[in-house]
Structures are given as structure tokens and as C-alpha cells.
Write a protein that binds this ligand. Structure first.
Ligand SMILES: Cc1ncc(COP(=O)(O)O)c(C=O)c1O
Length: 339
């Protein structure tokens, strides 16, 4: 894939290949084989799906002579923290436009981003409506300082970013070739759908047999589908990849809850349950919603996704810490999360 003409700039940032592990107790409970691909282990600070996207985004930034990475997101943005970590690792500057008020004390991803030296511009809800203008302004200021900016949209959601998950799918195909189970279904959390788009492209390019399904955690399904189609078309025209958007883009819809901004007790319960049952930490904002949706779907119909299902854990655990209060309450309630 990276040898497609013209060559695609890439910086190696993720510690890969990420391991595959079978979830023994959940598999027994569900009556299928449930596996997890540990993309939460792509690094410590460089954890999760963002770092795979950043290999290509930062590759493009460096090829363009950039020395300052600019991005945006929520106060607990995983992408913003990953950008801050990569900037520190490569000797670049990071400027983050984050939606919210400056907090009294830093926590979770924001604490790490500040610790890693990122500058933060807090963006009000009103300003967020025109976030592209805010990013353009920040880029202009960086230029006025004689530096070269590179803007990464929220969640690294560009065709270049999606190449990171083409690489993830290629890696999975190689793992299967070397003896990992030939999964019937690969499931991934979908915010923008960029990671799922990358996996769908990898399926065509590297002969993965598995169905690729996404679990939307914020946007409605139609919006995710449209975005995935656009990305695949853009990958074809921009990078010359021999890929087509599939007729059917499969999403497990209805697990968004009230959206990304709010986390309910049930997401925290899934975090606790999976931690105790399998020793794996999900994050309440993204992966707990998606994994909870996946479990619910399989429980309703054991055969719906086949006998061997792999969930790609896209990371994000630092956003757990700002939930310490509701989590503490939950942990102190008796009778919770019996397996
Ligand atoms: C932990 C985590 N998982 C999944 C996603 C969704 O990624 P995508 O925008 O590629 O669908 C995000 C991005 O926001 C994330 O932070």
C-alpha cells in the first residue's frame, strides 16, 4: 500500500504489530470466540487508533516542511493528546484548539497534553461552530511567527489519516496468514468512520475475509456511511488505491446513547465489567459504547456475526480518569458487575 505511486510519506510511530488476544470468559458466556486486537497498546502516550493515523498525517506534515502541528477536539480528546505526544517525540510544536472552558486543574488527556508541552487555545461552544476558521487563524499566527503549520482535523479524519487503518488491516491480514484465526467479523468503534474506512480498504487490498463492521458512538449511521464512502473515493483518486466503497457498509446502529459528550452509568458499568472479567481497560466515551453494543448484538443473536469475532480496541483510556467520581460511586455500590 505504501508503495503506491506517488510514494506516501510515513513516519513510524506506533509499536506494531499489536497483539491479538482471546477473551476467554466473554467467549464462554457468548458461545463464540471473541478476540481483541490490542491497538490500545500502540504506545503509552502514543496509544490507540490516532497514532496509526498520525504516521501518515505527520509524514505528510514533515514532507511539507511543517514544524508545528495544529489540531482540535474536546478537552479530553485522545487525538489531541496523541498529537502532543508525537510533537514532543519529534521535536515539533503542538497547538490544540479544545472545546470547553479552561479547567481549574488538568486531568486525563488534557493533563498529558499540557505536560507534553502542547499550547492550548480554549474554544467556546459558539466558536466551535466555526472551528475551521479558528484553525485557519491559529495557522496564520504560526506562519506570522516564521514557522510552518500543518492542520490535522478532529480525530485525524482525512483520507491521509485513514491510511493508518489500511496499514492496520494489512497487519491483521499478515497475522491471519501466520496462524491467527480467520475471523468472520472485525468490529471497530466508529466516530468519524475513518478507521472503519481504512479497514474496508485493507479488506479489498489484502484479501481479508472478515466482514468489517463499525459501531457508531456519536454520529448517526447515515453520516458515518457517507463519510466512509467519501474517504474511499478520495483514497482512490488521491493515492491511486484499487478500492471501491462496498454496496453495504455494515454498522451496528443505536448504541450512540446521548452522544459523545455524555457518558451514562451503563458505559461505566461496561468499563468495570470488562476490566474485572478480562483485565482489559476500555474508555467510557468510545470503546465502552462500541464494545457494549457489540456484546448486546451478539447476545441477541449468537450467530449474527459468525463464530470468530475480533474487536479492535482503539485505546483512549486516559479519558477514564476525569470520571473518577461516578466511577468511585459505582465501585462502592454492592452487587455491581458480578460476572
Ligand atoms: C479511543 C477512540 N476510538 C475510536 C475512535 C473513532 O475513530 P474514527 O474517527 O476513525 O471513527 C476515536 C476517535 O475519536 C477514539 O478516540
Amino acid at each position: 500500500m505504501v508503495t503506491a505511486a506517488p510514494p506516501v510519506p510515513r513516519v513510524e510511530l506506533a509499536y506494531v504489530p499489536t497483539p491479538l488476544g482471546r477473551l476467554e470468559r466473554l467467549s464462554r458466556e457468548l458461545g463464540i470466540e471473541l478476540w481483541v486486537k490490542r491497538d490500545d497498546l500502540t504506545g503509552l502516550l502514543e496509544t490507540g487508533n490516532k497514532i496509526r493515523k498520525l504516521e501518515f498525517l505527520v509524514g505528510e506534515a514533515l514532507a511539507a516542511g511543517a514544524d508545528t502541528l495544529i489540531t482540535c477536539g474536546t478537552l479530553q480528546s485522545n487525538c489531541a493528546r496523541a498529537v502532543a505526544a508525537v510533537a514532543a517525540r519529534l521535536g515539533l510544536r503542538a497547538v490544540l484548539a479544545l472545546k470547553g472552558e479552561p479547567p481549574e486543574t488538568y486531568d486525563g488527556n488534557l493533563l498529558l497534553a499540557r505536560l507534553l508541552g502542547a499550547e492550548v487555545r480554549y474554544v467556546s461552544d459558539g466558536e466551535w461552530e466555526g472551528i475551521d476558521g479558528v484553525l485557519a487563524d491559529l495557522a496564520a499566527r504560526v506562519r506570522a511567527d516564521g514557522r510552518v503549520p500543518y492542520v490535522i482535523p478532529e480525530s485525524g479524519a482525512t483520507v491521509t489519516g485513514a491510511l493508518g487503518y489500511v496499514a492496520c488491516g494489512q497487519e491483521l491480514a499478515q497475522q491471519i496468514e501466520h496462524g491467527a484465526p480467520d475471523f468472520d467479523t472485525v468490529a471497530v468503534t466508529a466516530f468519524s468512520g475513518g478507521s472503519q474506512a481504512g479497514l474496508l480498504m485493507a479488506r479489498q487490498l489484502f484479501g481479508l475475509r472478515a466482514e468489517i463492521i463499525g459501531v457508531p458512538v456519536a454520529w448517526e449511521a447515515a453520516r458515518v456511511r457517507t463519510y466512509i464512502r467519501e474517504l474511499i473515493a478520495a483514497a482512490r483518486s488521491r493515492y491511486g488505491l484499487g478500492v471501491e466503497a462496498p454496496e453495504e457498509i455494515r454498522l451496528l446502529d443505536g448504541y450512540q446513547g446521548p452522544g459523545r459528550a455524555s457518558v451514562r452509568a451503563e458505559e461505566l458499568e461496561i468499563v468495570v465489567r470488562v476490566a474485572r472479567l478480562e483485565g482489559i481497560l476500555l474508555d467510557p466515551v468510545y470503546t465502552a459504547k462500541a464494545f457494549g453494543g457489540l456484546l448486546d448484538h451478539i447476545r441477541r443473536d449468537r450467530r449474527a456475526l459468525g463464530e470468530r469475532v475480533c474487536f479492535i480496541h482503539t485505546g483512549g483510556i486516559f479519558s477514564l480518569f476525569p470520571f473518577r467520581r461516578p466511577l468511585s460511586r459505582l465501585l462502592d455500590e454492592s452487587g455491581l458487575v458480578e460476572s
